[in-house]
Write a protein that binds this ligand. Structure first.
Ligand code: ACO
Length: 430
């Protein structure tokens, strides 16, 4: 197969190199196109634009494949832990026992936030969205670092990564405690990453509680399944901000804001709101689906559809299994799960969804597990952010380690008024 593509325009041929990835993905490089022909490419929403060459995560959306650093998501979800997966995503290899032990020690060492940061929480109104607090507090964490780490220094970068991963969990739980008016709970040295998060979320100074092992495992698995997803909206944001040489904290804080939106990480909240509204209204599932299909309604089946997956999202399949296990183990019968199962069944048989290749995505069932774990609705996307942190860190590092790195700066096709003369205010009428 040719490693060049030819573009013909205005009677002239332009040769464009074809870049081939390790999974045989092919991309036409247009780096020199404008210089040679005056043309740029236009792809609103970047639906068919490769923004970088990356070694971190591979997705084949047609076949429903997701791999971190070559390892299938199914194997990691079954055998790995979030912390081991985080190490893999950031540093490229599964850690040895010694490396994992050292990483865990670093996480434990950095689990506390600076005492002065406790006062920052006082400044937010009680109903402040936790995603806003999280983003602000990640930038605040950066202010408490005397020297911000350079990604080239591997021995210090591991510490920077551990510090951020560990402290974000403490900040997230503290934000929740503040929102309900409870005292902030300190992390414990004897608990692992996810157990510690549950401890800080749900224990009280006068109530010792040991997180349920099944819930801990389900949540750890949710973190694994969210840990990276190549060039999605929030990761692209982190890379974009990082490309200006902005520090890790500033870049990740921007990623949190991007994740917040209901078309991205905020969909896990939107799914539960949608299921609740169906339950409250008593609307039949076929009627609801018919309403979604009516373009005039401008409604979407939340938790369905994906820019890249045109097949069942492998993460949704795993979360659905875990959902069944957690609910049956806890003896919970969640009516929202029943509604979700019916919605999926009806949608997957409907030509509208079949033709558009719309399947459940990662957010369709994740909220039901979080509800079962007692996580309040407004913390769902925060949990997504905790899970996505390794991916953001790895992508930020990749941008910084790229010897050919340039600031991210797309072009546009301007379609506004052409040049006109300034009109003094007295002559503008009205
Ligand atoms: N419900 C109903 N119709 C949908 C849905 C949906 N959830 N998703 C896409 N469609 C339809 C669109 O209306 C469009 O139909 P048309 O061709 O008749 O105009 C067609 O499918 C293609 O949709 P696009 O908007 O072009 O798809 P895009 O790739 O831009 O959007 C997205 C992907 C944002 C995920 C979309 O599917 C969506 O809004 N889903 C619901 C929100 C959601 O679950 N987001 C979480 C995504 S996963 C994540 O970020 C973690």
């Amino acid at each position: 197969m040719s490693d060049r593509a030819t573009l013909s325009y205005a009677g002239q041929d332009y040769e464009l190199p074809v870049i081939v990835g390790t999974e045989d993905e092919r991309a036409v490089s247009i780096e020199k196109l404008r210089a040679d022909s005056g043309l740029i490419t236009l792809d609103d929403g970047y639906a068919n634009t490769g923004s970088c060459i990356s070694n971190i995560t591979f997705i084949d959306g047609e076949r429903g494949i997701l791999r971190y650093r070559g390892y299938p998501i199914e194997e990691l979800a079954e055998h790995s832990t979030f912390i081991e997966t985080a190490y893999l995503i950031i540093f490229g290899e599964l850690p040895t026992e010694k490396q994992l032990g050292e990483f865990r020690n670093l996480l434990a060492e950095h689990m506390f936030i600076h005492e002065a940061m406790r006062h920052h929480f006082e400044g937010f109104p009680p109903n402040a969205p936790p995603m806003a607090i999280l983003s602000a507090m990640i930038n605040t964490l950066g202010c408490f670092e005397p020297v911000l780490t350079q990604p080239e220094q591997d021995n210090r970068f591991i510490e920077a990564a551990a510090r951020l991963i560990s402290k974000v969990r403490t900040v997230a739980a503290a934000a929740y405690k503040k929102s309900i008016g409870d005292p902030i709970i300190y992390p414990r040295f004897d608990l692992g990453y996810t157990a510690n998060f549950l401890h800080m979320m749900f224990c009280k100074p006068n109530k010792v509680c040991r997180p349920d092992a099944a819930v801990e495992r389900a949540l750890d698995q949710i973190f694994i399944l969210h840990a990276d997803h190549e060039q999605n909206c929030s990761t692209s944001t982190v890379r974009m901000v990082g490309s200006s040489q902005a520090n890790l904290y500033a870049s990740v804080a921007a990623g949190v804001c991007a994740l917040w939106g209901p078309l991205h990480g905020g969909a896990n909240v939107a799914v539960i709101n949608m299921l609740e509204s169906i339950r409250a209204s008593g609307e039949s599932i076929p009627d609801f689906v018919a309403r979604i299909k009516d373009k005039k309604a401008h409604a979407r089946l939340m938790g369905f559809g994906h820019r890249v997956y045109k097949n069942y999202d492998p993460r949704a399949r795993l979360i659905k299994q875990s959902c069944d296990q957690v609910l049956s183990r806890q003896g919970i019968q969640d009516p929202l799960l029943e509604i979700a199962l019916q919605l999926e069944e009806v949608a997957l048989k409907d030509p509208y969804f079949i033709e558009r290749k719309l399947y459940p995505n990662v957010d369709f069932y994740s909220g039901i597990i979080m509800r079962a774990a007692g996580v309040p609705l407004d913390m769902f996307t925060v949990l997504f952010a905790i899970g996505r942190l390794p991916g953001w860190i790895a992508n930020w590092r990749e941008v910084h380690l790229n010897p050919n790195a340039r600031i991210y700066r797309p072009r546009q096709v301007y379609n506004g008024p052409t040049q006109r003369q300034y009109v003094p205010i007295a002559e503008r009428g009205g």
